[in-house]
Design a protein around this ligand. Sequence first.
Ligand code: PMP
Length: 411
Amino acid sequence: MIDAEALKKDFPILFQEINDEPLVYLDNAATSQKPQQVLDALNTYYQRDNANVHRGVHTLAERATAKYEMARQKVKTFINAKETAEVLFTRGTTTSLNWVAKSFGEANVNEGDEIVISYMEHHSNIIPWQQLAKKQKATLRYIELTPTGELDLASAKKLITAKTKIVAITHVSNVLGVVNPIAELTEIAHQVGAVMVVDGAQSVPHMAVDVQQLNVDFYAFSGHKMLAPTGIGVLYGKRSLLEKMEPIEFGGEMIDFVYLEDSTWKELPWKFEAGTPNIAGAIGLGAAIDYLTEVGMEDIHHYEQELVAYVLPKLQEIPGITIYGPTDPAKRTGVITFNLEGVHPHDLATAMDMEGVAVRAGHHCAQPLMNYLEVNSTARASFYFYNTKSDADTFIKALLATKEFFTNGPF
Ligand code: PMP
């Protein structure tokens, strides 16, 4: 059971006033806030242990290396990877997906091949595949959505064929909040010999993810959306695939021997991690995983569904509201995207900020989805486990005040 009131106290940033109102932070899909435990882990590292990793034999270097590699071990356990060799540290989801497109994609996708994605992808799970398709003269195909904003499995089955080399789908949409059936899609992809790449930016922070159970080939996510600092993320990949892949970057840390004309690479996972890595970021991610594990990922998922079940009907009651994505809270996480008739989402977000409520407005890095939904932009409130029912009430109250302001004045 989640006690959001109690957990919220671990997040110092949440206790401040914005425009003379207590802050209600509902932009968690963009980035999460950090608990004191993560801030302390970062401080301790810089105040006590800071050194470069892997190369030194002095005590600080050994401490930094041990903490950095312990963080990798924590990620491995958190997503249930088979071994730490399959956990690569990156800058975030975007980098992870670009690495797959560049390294795996350019070696395995050829003229006439197809890459299958969906209309609900974030730009970072579209553009790397567009670039790959252009370079290799392959074709990019988009899985359709159902009228309620779910992935259309019939469309997926039709599009994924013997020509398909890569299927790349988000686990949870950052706009529609919907959870996609990754295990099922992976099976469909594997039947035709394609690899399954998953954008986990919005799933890993909000639900238990088991990469072995899902049987995915690659899985990408970002630390900053799951209580960790910015600039650290993960690419999970199956050993059999990573071993055959070439690194994307070259330099220090990733080499075994350097000769005048050629070089050899370290073993996995280090062959992909060129240069001094984001040591503090990885340690912060380790601390974030400790925190999330203690709270419990199953509980977090259920609590967010409960919050959505609480707030969705209240939202639906407001005249002029359009909500995007499934109406069944069991099919979603804490992301609620909506529009209010006659009010531009940017004006809405600005007016909500006057009430202390932080929501996002725009295309949410999903322009093809906006076109698909036939809107230019939307507003988005995204909840996390430290948001309380009282935050949800404040959100609705601020939205009603915003509607009143734009309907009746003070003009
Ligand atoms: N995919 C999804 C679904 C996202 O929500 C985001 C972040 N908005 C990303 C990818 C990109 O993550 P990052 O900017 O951390 O690389």
